[in-house]
Design a protein around this ligand. Structure first.
Ligand code: NDP
Length: 247
């Protein structure tokens, strides 16, 4: 028996898909047949990435910290590509500092992007998913939301919040055919982690049983699985994809 993942006829909206993990997620979902909305803060970049994928991909500009802009992009996607079946809340930022030095602005910015953005987007797509009795919400959290991290109290709080949010959505909408799960990446090589000094990177590597840093494709594979029929009996879970870092 061969198993092929086929998302033909489905539409996916992936926040933060102009770069890094989100871009790879969009690429994989598109390769599996889904129509994909590429979303980032600038239209030109989103259009460029969508054009690189080809037919069935379109770019949408939105700032996830601005609820009106996010709702507008989701509505434009539904008008242009069709009802959203798969929402991946992936856009995220860091504003690291020790707690004693952390400003309220850095706290608010991280919570607004990483947590409130997911709330706004999920709320916006729920009604349509309920009507169609089908939907997949996949939230990109982090191992930091599970074990915490020095210098990342704001980020850890946002990612732990996302886990509680996801479990609540899973309970509220399971009866309507909507599944909600988290993927929790470990250390993945993207722009977000590029600034880490070599010594710190080497020390981190020591803590990873699979002895390599993660790649965006490692996360995209897990998200593709959860978005597909293979994940039909999974809801309210946190799938940790970290090479064994937090076993
Ligand atoms: P990158 O920094 O490489 O990419 C971030 C993406 O989010 C870009 O597409 C960016 O788009 C978009 N984005 C940022 N802020 C906003 C905003 N306000 N509105 C809309 N889009 C925004 O990040 P990664 O790919 O590394 O991370 C993706 C997710 O994975 C994040 O949620 C992150 O917390 C999580 N994660 C990452 C890990 C890692 O090691 N890399 C580990 C654990 C979790 P643009 O700049 O075009 O606007």
């Amino acid at each position: 028996m061969s198993i092929a993942i086929d998302l033909t006829g489905q539409t996916a909206f992936i926040t933060g898909s102009t770069r890094g993990i989100g871009r790879e997620v969009a690429t994989r979902l598109h390769a599996a047949g889904a129509k994909v909305a590429i979303a980032g803060r600038t239209q030109a970049t989103a259009d460029e990435v969508a054009a690189s994928l080809g037919e069935g991909a379109r770019g949408f500009a939105c700032d996830v910290t601005d609820p009106a802009s996010l709702r507008q992009a989701l509505a434009a996607c539904e008008a242009g590509l069709g009802p959203i079946d798969i929402l991946v809340n992936n856009a995220g930022v860091t504003r690291d500092n020790l707690l004693l030095r952390m400003s309220e602005q850095d706290w608010d910015d991280v919570l607004a992007a990483n947590l409130r953005g997911a709330f706004i987007a999920t709320q916006a797509v729920l009604k349509g998913m309920m009507k169609r009795r089908h939907g997949r919400i996949i939230n990109v959290t982090s191992v930091v939301g599970i074990i915490g991290n020095k210098g990342q109290a704001n980020y850890a709080a946002s990612k732990a919040g996302l886990i509680g949010f996801t479990k609540s959505v899973a309970r509220e909408y399971a009866a309507r055919g909507i599944l909600a799960n988290c993927v929790a990446p470990g250390y993945i090589e993207t722009d977000m982690t590029a600034a880490l000094p070599d010594a710190q990177r080497a020390a981190l590597l020591e803590t990873i049983p699979l002895a390599r840093l993660g790649q965006p494709a490692d996360i995209a594979g897990a998200i593709l699985f959860l978005a597909s029929d293979l994940g039909a009996y999974i809801t309210g879970q946190v799938l940790v994809v970290d090479g064994g870092m937090v076993i």
